[in-house]
Each structure stands twice: as structure tokens, then as C-alpha cells.
Design a protein around this ligand. Structure first.
Ligand code: ARG
Length: 460
């Protein structure tokens, strides 16, 4: 039997393989709520503009609500021969209300319908992710406040660089998450134009009111070019780009948690709830959740790449290639959402080993820069020379197997005669951290101020 939605000119139905490759209902059924919402808006507009009768419109809207209830209640039977969510909903509507159902598809096409559904879905998902990102920020703010004074080594090249506070480190991710939210907000703002009414590609001869449907669906207005409306997926690409960057941020924190929780570092301990054991090595506590967050970023990046590749060769307007936009997007956005939940859980529950952090911060000549700065301030040396002198002192300490504050004054003076014992005051990690009061620096007071600023912004 030919397809009853579009099979007028067809003698036979599709080959079994054609049906399999063509169907999207297996994944686009996720759009059911957005699809029905869009159809109701379209239907009301058709009645208001006199394109269909009020009676038909009332029947259609009531029927769509009944379909929605069936789907939500799990009673709906999705059928592959009906290809996609749009035709599954419409076919059921026809079963429920009869002939009037056939008027719903006036002045629209599945091309503008799917673009509208997808925009509504992406917009809903962005709103959800934004809430999750805010929760992630709040979890980090709590830890930052608690550890505004907790000293840890700051690294460059993963080599001990200068002491920082764990609070400051947490706040770095608050900033990143803030920019992630900004990127999603930008994507949301740009996507918020309604394609419905662009019809197949050229617009329609019916006197539709696209401003009305756009407003009912919460869009800022209708899209301005019908070809563009049905042929572009940059709103998905942009959202997935933001998702890939966000997932990359999470992956970096995940990597740090993996490193920090090794016995060699012992900076943090994940709870039992976020670790797993080994089936052969009884002592193991593996940071699987962090590792999986790290890995899922690869999926998100891959999904973005897939969709870019699907789109790059398509002539205007719609091509069926674009049906492949959905699984990549769902996969990426699901992975990001789960990663955010897992990361927020880990950040909230991990315990911080302040002693290990502090001990590590005190090793590795982490206050060498403080020493060089002191030589500039106290002795008036040019920074380049102070750097050189400090290098010589580090070499000396390394040879003796002590830290910088383990060198005697006499030993220091062999390198630079002007050094006085006032120098010892800058060699401790507490002084080092406390002195970094420049805007954005790691001093505990700065960290507390940053926490307050962000709490105000987040309204918590
Ligand atoms: N299931 C299709 C998709 O996801 C809907 C649009 C179909 N349009 C068409 N002209 N065949 O892209």
C-alpha cells in the first residue's frame, strides 16, 4: 500500500529497506510535545485568518490534546510506516476526529514543521542546561567559600608554579561556566525566530499570519526568508558548539579530579557514591564518573563534527540529509546534561585534603617568584636580574636538598650580598597567597569577594 500521507501518485509502498532508512520516528518521537504545540498554534492561526473554520479548528485542537495525552500516558503506538513524529501525530488525529484533521496541514510543510519543532526542542534544552550550569556554579561557589584560604600548588605545564588557593581554583570554573551560559544564551537569542509558515521552501499563497504563530510559540518573530527557514541548521550547530566548549571545560575539571585523587597527589577524595571498585584489586577506588565526563566530551565534539559534515554539502533548501541532524544533537545534549549532573555531584561531595595540598604547595620552590619580586622591591634589582639571582638560589637549594627557606642567610648572600633576613617573610606559601591581591589574583580576600559577586549575580 502506498503512503496515505503523500502516496497519491504512488502505485506501491516503499521497499522494506527504504522504510527502514527513511523512518525517523525511532528518534524524532522526542519532539512530540513540541510538534503538538506547534500544530495547535498553526491551527489557531488558520482559524483566525479564516483559512479554516472555527469548528474544524476546535476539533483539531481538542484532538491534538487527546493525542498528547495518549503519548504522555504511554498508550500511543508509534508506527514506522508513518515515518516521523509529524505524520504519526496527524494520522492519529485523523483516527480520532475524522475529516477535519486533513485541514491542519494547510499552508505548512513538514519542512517548516520540523524546523519549528527542533527549534522549540533546542530552546527548551538550552533552558534546562542553563539551570544545570547555574547549579554547577553554586556547587563550586560553596566549595570556593569553604576553601578560600586552603593553599594548593598552582601549576603550569603541570609543574608546580606558584601557590594558589583551592577556592580560587574552583572560581576559575565558575567563570568558565558563566561564559558557557553566555554562549548558550547567545545561541538561544539568535535561534528565537519562528520558521513556521515558510512551508516547503517558498512560502504560501494562503493569507497566513506568521507573526501570530511566532508570538504564540514564544518566538521574537518569524524568520525572514522562507528558503533559509527550512534549509539551515545553524541553530543546532551553534548550540552544539557551545555544548562542545562546555563539555571541554567539564572534561578538564574531570581530568584534574582524576589527577588529584591519585594516591600520588591525594588532594581530594571522591565519595563512594562517585567511585567504583576493581574486581581484582581490592584497594582500588576508581574515579569512573570523572573519567566518563572526560570521555563524553569526545562524543559531544564528535556529534558537532558529524552535523557540520552532514550540512556542508547541501544545496538550498531542504534535503533528507537533514533528518540526520537529530540523533547527533540528542546524543550531545544528553551527554552534556548527564556530565553536568555528575560533575555537580562530585564537586558537592568530594572531600579536600588540605594537608596534602599545602605540603605539595610548599615543595617545588613555589615561592621563587615571590623571592624575585622581593629582590625587585627591597633591593631595587631589575626584574630580569632578580629572576637570574633567584634561579641561582633555586639551584643552590636543589643541590642541598632543601626548599628556598631552608637556605641560610649566609648561603643566600653568597649569591646576592644585599639580601637581608627580611627575605624569609616572603618565602612562606601563606604570605605568597596573601600578597596576590591584584584584581583577579588568588588572595583569600579576592576569592571571598568573587564568591559574593557571583552569588549576587546568581541570585542565591
Ligand atoms: N522527518 C523529516 C526530518 O526529520 C521531516 C521533514 C520531511 N520533509 C520532507 N520533505 N521529506 O527531516
Amino acid at each position: 500500500m502506498s503512503n496515505k500521507m503523500w502516496g497519491g501518485r504512488f502505485g506501491e509502498g516503499p521497499d522494506r529497506i527504504m522504510e527502514e532508512i527513511n523512518a525517523s520516528i525511532g528518534f524524532d518521537q522526542r519532539f512530540f510535545a513540541q510538534d503538538i504545540r506547534g500544530s495547535k498554534a498553526h491551527c489557531r492561526m488558520l482559524a483566525e485568518t479564516g483559512i479554516i473554520s472555527r469548528e474544524d479548528a476546535d476539533q483539531i485542537v481538542a484532538g491534538l490534546d487527546a493525542v498528547l495525552a495518549e503519548i504522555e500516558g504511554g498508550a500511543f503506538e508509534f508506527r514506522r510506516e508513518l515515518e516521523d513524529i509529524h505524520m504519526n501525530v496527524e494520522a492519529r488525529l485523523a483516527e480520532l476526529i475524522g475529516a477535519a484533521a486533513g485541514r491542519l496541514h494547510t499552508a505548512r510543510s513538514r519542512n517548516d514543521q520540523v524546523a519549528t519543532d527542533f527549534k522549540l526542542y533546542v530552546r527548551d534544552t538550552i533552558d534546562h542546561l542553563d539551570g544545570q550550569l547555574a547549579d554547577f556554579q553554586r556547587a563550586l561557589l560553596d566549595r570556593a567559600e569553604e576553601h578560600a584560604d586552603t593553599i594548593m600548588p598552582g601549576f603550569t605545564h603541570l609543574q608546580t608554579a606558584q601557590p594558589v588557593t583551592f577556592g580560587h581554583h574552583c572560581m576559575a570554573y565558575v567563570e568558565m561556566a558563566g561564559r558557557d551560559r553566555g554562549r548558550f544564551a547567545d545561541a538561544r537569542r539568535r535561534l528565537n525566530e519562528c520558521p513556521l509558515g515558510a512551508a516547503a521552501l517558498a512560502g504560501t499563497s494562503f493569507p497566513i499570519d506568521r507573526h501570530r504563530t511566532a508570538a504564540e510559540l514564544g518566538f521574537d518573530g518569524p524568520t525572514r526568508n522562507s528558503l533559509d527557514s527550512v534549509s539551515d541548521r545553524d541553530f543546532v550547530l551553534e548550540t552544539l558548539s557551545a555544548a562542545a566548549i562546555c563539555a571541554t571545560h567539564l572534561s578538564r575539571l574531570a581530568e584534574e579530579i582524576v589527577i588529584w585523587s591519585t594516591p600520588g597527589f591525594d588532594f581530594v577524595r571522591l565519595t563512594d557514591g562517585f567511585t567504583t571498585g576493581s574486581s581484582i584489586m581490592p584497594q582500588k577506588r576508581n574515579p569512573d564518573a570523572a573519567e566518563l565526563v572526560r570521555a563524553k566530551s569526545g562524543r559531544v565534539i564528535g556529534d558537532l563534527t558529524s552535523l557540520l559534515i552532514v550540512m556542508k554539502g547541501l544545496p538550498l533548501a531542504y534535503s533528507k540529509d537533514m533528518q540526520e541532524d537529530k540523533e547527533a544533537a540528542f546524543d550531545a545534549l544528553d551527554a552534556l546534561s548527564l556530565s553536568l549532573a555528575a560533575m555537580t555531584g562530585m564537586v558537592t561531595t568530594l572531600t579536600v585534603n588540605e594537608k596534602s595540598m599545602r605540603a605539595a604547595a610548599s615543595r617545588g620552590f613555589s615561592t621563587a617568584t615571590d623571592l624575585a619580586d622581593w629582590l625587585v622591591r627591597a633591593l631595587g634589582l631589575p626584574f630580569r636580574q632578580a629572576h637570574h639571582v633567584t634561579g641561582a638560589l633555586v639551584a643552590k637549594a636543589e643541590k642541598r636538598g632543601v626548599d628556598l627557606d631552608g637556605l641560610t642567610l649566609a648561603e643566600m648572600q653568597e649569591v646576592e650580598p644585599g639580601i637581608t633576613d627580611e627575605v624569609y617573610s616572603v618565602l612562606g606559601v601563606d604570605n605568597s597567597v596573601a600578597s596576590r591581591t591584584s584584581f583577579g589574583g588568588t588572595a583569600p580576600g579576592n576569592v571571598r569577594a568573587a564568591v559574593r559577586r557571583w552569588r549576587d549575580e546568581l541570585g542565591s
